[in-house]
Design a protein around this ligand. Structure first.
Ligand SMILES: [Zn+2]
Length: 414
């Protein structure tokens, strides 16, 4: 995106978005290049590598899930392993939820907290684990019982330097003064974890709600503190609700190196568990641009097919008059819904993207003569302060909208 910004710097670009759920018009101000790289100061310390030094993760061939030795540990066992709970008690944002708390409000609070305190959540790193431990503390503070929280650890054995891909060329090994021994253990075995919290419903049929919490070595605000924060708020709200379905929130680890957490989760499901899944909802990169997008699908011979559930999701988005673009092919973009989709489950994935009509710019997909692509993720600009500066007010709008959408989907009897 940088070269595109350079070409059109300081121009006002008017983009009209004519999706099927009503007309949307955004006036987007493209900033001067020097404005664009302003940050809150957190980033420099944790992003020593230039972007071009990163290895594209498409080259990385992850180990098949069934070949990964695994164990699901109880929370107390994992806590005793290396963690003092209540570590974050002094600095966590307020979790007060009343009948008058607007949808999205708590998610925005959590997003800022993750951005400022839990940045650089690299797969297999201590920082990733620290974020995992923080998630558990949040669930406990909300009132989720211990027995409904699971740490699902998974290892990918092998020498990262020898196996290439997302090895040491990507994750900076020299910047690890603290927690060195723990990091070495986690790095050489590639130890990561999914954090799973379940809210039992009236039936054992399940709605899976997923978001990955790992990130590139940036604050990872859009990718994917935004999705993590959305799920956190939902897990707090639905705890007090009378739910028909059992809701399973999964915070996936190691997404950025090949969807390892979600592949692992799906690979470990029993036939019975798998048959109980009604719908998988995924949230990844909700503020990676000013346009809100969702994609619904079930896997119809590697094409996004429609069924009763996907049609009903479209109807809900329409009835709520959400300022959101429904685009089924978006459901095949690389994130944690894919392992579920490939197993035949119905999915819906949420994201926010940037739109450009510049010739030569190739995005994830083309819609209404414009390319939709990421604006900040996997770069130093993936920071709430940069995003807020670039699209004032959009963080609030997007988080609120996705929160309303998610809340509605969780209330439906499919
Ligand atoms: Zn992501």
């Amino acid at each position: 995106m940088k070269r595109a910004i350079g070409v059109i710097a300081a121009l006002l670009i008017l983009v009209a978005c004519g999706h099927s759920y009503g007309d949307t018009l955004y006036v987007e101000q493209v900033l001067e290049p020097e404005q664009e790289i302003q940050t809150n100061g957190n980033i420099k310390e944790y992003t020593p590598q230039a972007e071009e030094e990163y290895q594209p993760y498409e080259e990385y061939q992850p180990v098949e899930p069934q070949k990964i030795p695994t164990r699901a540990v109880t929370l107390r066992e994992w806590g005793n392993f290396a963690w003092e709970f209540e570590y974050f008690a002094d600095i966590r944002p307020p979790l007060v939820l009343t009948d008058y708390t607007p949808l999205g409000y708590l998610a925005i609070e959590q997003l800022h907290f993750i951005n400022d305190h839990l940045y650089s959540r690299k797969p297999f790193s201590y920082r990733e684990k620290e974020a995992a431990a923080w998630l558990i503390e949040e669930f406990l503070a909300m009132g989720h019982p211990w027995e409904n929280i699971i740490v699902q650890e998974f290892h990918v054995y092998g020498d990262p330097n020898a196996t290439g891909g997302a090895g040491s060329a990507w994750w900076n090994l020299t910047n690890l003064a603290r927690w060195q021994s723990d990091f070495e253990l986690r790095y050489t075995t590639r130890l990561s974890q999914n954090i799973i919290v379940t809210i039992p419903g009236q039936t054992s049929q399940k709605i899976i709600v997923g978001a990955h919490y790992d990130s590139w070595p940036t604050p990872g605000a859009a990718d994917n503190a935004s999705g993590t924060a959305l799920l956190l708020e939902s897990a707090q709200r639905m705890l007090a609700a009378d739910n028909y379905y059992t809701i399973v929130y999964i915070f996936f680890g190691a997404e950025e190196v090949g969807l390892l957490g979600s592949r692992h989760f799906v690979g470990r499901l029993t036939d019975e568990e798998e048959s109980n899944i009604v719908l998988m909802i995924n949230a990844d990169s909700l503020i990676d641009g000013p346009y809100m997008i969702y994609g619904t699908a079930y896997n119809d011979n590697a094409l996004p097919g429609a069924n009763d559930i996907t049609r009903r999701i479209d109807a809900i988005a329409y009835e709520l008059s959400l300022d959101i673009i429904g685009h089924p092919p978006a459901s095949f973009l690389g994130s944690d819904q894919l392992p579920f989709l490939m197993r035949g489950h119905t999915i819906v994935t949420f994201m926010g993207l940037y739109r450009t009509e510049l010739p030569g710019v190739t995005g994830f997909f083309r819609l209404d003569e414009a390319e939709f692509t990421r604006a900040v993720s996997h770069s130093q600009n993936d920071c709430v302060h940069v995003i807020e500066y670039r699209w004032p007010g959009k963080i609030e709008t997007s988080m609120s909208t996705f929160s309303i959408f998610l809340d509605a989907l969780l209330a439906v009897r499919w």
